[in-house]
Design a binder for this molecule. Structure first.
Ligand code: IPM
Ligand code: MG
Length: 353
């Protein structure tokens, strides 16, 4: 198979980890006889510095005409001024919206040999395998109006939490479909005891459930879900929720795996290229040191193979290579080890079969 992959390294450790994901993809291409072609474009802070915009038309158009996009991370202290007109994160949000990527898949799995590095008790972490499906193009992140204004001598800021039924329906439907290949249990997370948008979310989820009689659906309030992710994480199969709740819950859930550095994500829409990125940020404190954990990016490359290129065996080959490497003791700094980004990748690649 031939595929054109756009690589958006972005800021901080972003380019370091996407480079390793590309090496893993090349190992797969060699092993399985594929031809992957890469082209790099700027996004985020680096794009602001060179073009004045966090996401240029050139970058967005390149992504639109690709088969898939591999992304590193955006942001950093250099661009953090709250009064700045342009911010790196606008690049990421613009990309999600521009490609219509309404579903963000964030699988969280624990590795037996990493249980003790999690801040949580090992016995609670056994058999944890949660797929969080986060809505990605609605809610507070995109709602209008969004203003800062002076009213009666006070400064007032407004963000808007808005959802249409069709936005809820398509992402919940995807969660149901994904759970069919798993344990057939969807937990829809909302704040229906307070928010109108959450009541619509809950009703819409129930409507979708009617068309999926073989899948169990339960509803959970977001505060309860935050607690249950810590107290009984193994009980979750697929968790589907709105944009902001999903953002918060997935950082929390990453601690089940021991390190943010371990977790991949896939952002998908209806057809068109998906965007694949680790869930960690640009980690400016360790940028340039060559010690970032490449696993999140490499597992994102596995998701790219699975969802955009439909290469399931190749995706599994990466995932089991990561498992073997971890089981045999490969550890980057965040996992309490000493392997550099590059050596960690070498270990993983050596187990690709
Ligand atoms: C994430 C990040 C982004 C988000 C930021 C960088 C805008 O935290 O992908 O989870 O909030 O969606
Ligand atoms: Mg986040």
């Amino acid at each position: 198979m031939k595929a054109r992959i756009v690589v958006l390294g972005g800021d901080g450790i972003g380019p370091e980890v996407t480079a390793e994901a590309v090496r893993a993809l090349n190992a797969i291409a060699k092993q399985f006889g594929h031809a992957f072609e890469y082209s790099e474009y700027p996004i985020g802070g680096i794009s602001i510095d060179t073009t004045g915009s966090a996401l240029t038309d050139q970058t967005l158009n390149a992504c639109k005409s690709s088969d898939a996009v591999l992304l590193g991370a955006v942001g950093g202290p250099k661009w953090d001024d709250p009064n700045a007109k342009v911010r790196p994160e606008q690049g990421l949000l613009g990309l999600r919206k521009g490609l219509g990527l309404y579903a963000n898949l964030r699988p969280v799995k624990t590795y037996q040999s990493l249980l003790e590095i999690s801040p949580l008790k090992s016995e609670r972490l056994k058999d944890v395998d949660v797929l969080v499906v986060r809505e990605l193009t609605g809610g507070l992140y995109f709602g209008e109006p969004r203003v800062r204004e002076r009213v009666n001598g006070y400064v007032r800021a407004v963000d808007t939490l808005v959802y249409h039924d069709y936005e809820i329906e398509r992402v919940v439907k995807l969660a149901f479909e994904l759970s069919r290949g798993r344990r057939k249990k969807v937990t829809s997370v909302d704040k229906a005891n307070v928010l109108e948008s959450s009541r619509l979310w809950r009703q819409t989820a129930n409507t979708v459930k009617e068309k999926h009689p073989d899948i169990a659906l339960d509803h959970m309030l977001v505060d309860t879900a935050a607690m249950r992710l810590i107290s009984s994480p193994a009980n979750f199969d697929v968790l589907v929720t709105e944009n902001m709740f999903g953002d918060i819950l997935t950082d929390e859930a990453s601690m089940l795996a021991g390190s943010m550095g371990m977790l991949p994500s896939a952002s998908l829409g209806d057809g068109g290229p998906g965007v694949y990125e680790p869930i960690h940020g640009s980690a400016p404190d360790i940028a340039g040191k060559g010690i970032a954990n490449p696993v999140g990016a490499i597992l994102s490359a596995a998701l790219l193979l699975r969802y955009s290129l439909k290469l399931e065996n190749e995706a599994r080959a990466i995932e089991s290579a990561v498992e073997t490497a971890i089981a045999r003791g490969a550890r980057s700094a965040d996992l309490g080890g000493t392997l550099t980004t590059r050596h960690m990748t070498d270990e993983i690649i050596s187990h690709i079969r």
